[in-house]
Design a protein around this ligand. Structure first.
Ligand code: CA
Length: 220
């Protein structure tokens, strides 16, 4: 899963990125509103964490512009303590959730994971997919109740496919949600990882649709 962090406090931004990495996210960071608005408009993210008090362009303006362009990614806003008018303005502009500073990092990570799961239409934290189950909070995937031994990259790919099971996920879409903005997106390594995943979860679970992408079939 890929997250955008728009926060001008360098320490907080760093801490958020570290906490998100530990939870299996790749992250891009922006320290001012205009840059954040640009990244959110041009790249694909599963979730954005957006501070409201930003140089360059206020957070509310950033969010309004995203929503005006029809960008529907879940957005969690960061607000100053006691500033309820900010919160209201944030929700009116299209925020999905908020955290009040100072917050616990693990709480923000948990909220971000919940937003992603809900946006994909899953009501509960454990997402079943045939014989597989993803615990979206722990980032653990089991097969018939046994935890799979997966690398971080394998977990990211399989989690994305489980979130979007039974529909075609193109390689472009997959790569957009797996890599940070500056990375060379590499279809070959995705194919290699899909091959390794098939050995671990059984052939036939992930179908390749020639020229289209991959489908995680759960028999539904
Ligand atoms: Ca700020």
């Amino acid at each position: 899963m890929r997250a955008l962090i728009v926060e001008d406090d360098p320490l907080l931004s760093e801490q958020l990125a570290t906490a998100m990495h530990e939870a299996g996210f790749v992250t891009d960071r922006a320290a001012d509103g205009s840059e954040g608005e640009f990244l959110g408009s041009t790249e694909s993210y599963d979730v954005a964490i957006l501070d409201l008090g930003l140089p360059g362009m206020p957070g509310i303006e950033v969010l309004t512009r995203w929503r005006d362009q029809g960008i529907s990614m879940p957005v969690l806003i960061l607000t100053a303590r006691g500033d309820w008018t900010d919160k209201v303005a944030g929700f009116r502009a299209g925020a999905d959730d908020y955290a009040v500073k100072p917050f616990r990092l693990d709480e923000v990570v948990l909220r971000a994971q919940t937003l992603i799961r809900r946006a994909a239409g899953h009501a509960r934290p454990v997402i079943p997919a045939g014989s597989l189950k993803l615990d979206s909070q722990l980032g653990v995937i089991t097969r018939d109740g046994v935890a799979l031994k997966l690398t971080a990259f394998e977990t990211r790919i399989l989690s994305y496919l489980i979130h979007h099971q039974n529909r075609v996920v193109s390689r472009t879409e997959l790569s957009e949600h797996l890599y940070e903005a500056e990375t060379d997106r590499d279809f070959k390594s995705i194919e290699v990882v899909i091959g390794r995943l098939r050995k671990k979860i059984g052939e036939g679970v992930i179908e390749t649709r020639r020229g289209e992408g991959y489908v995680l079939r759960t028999g539904a």
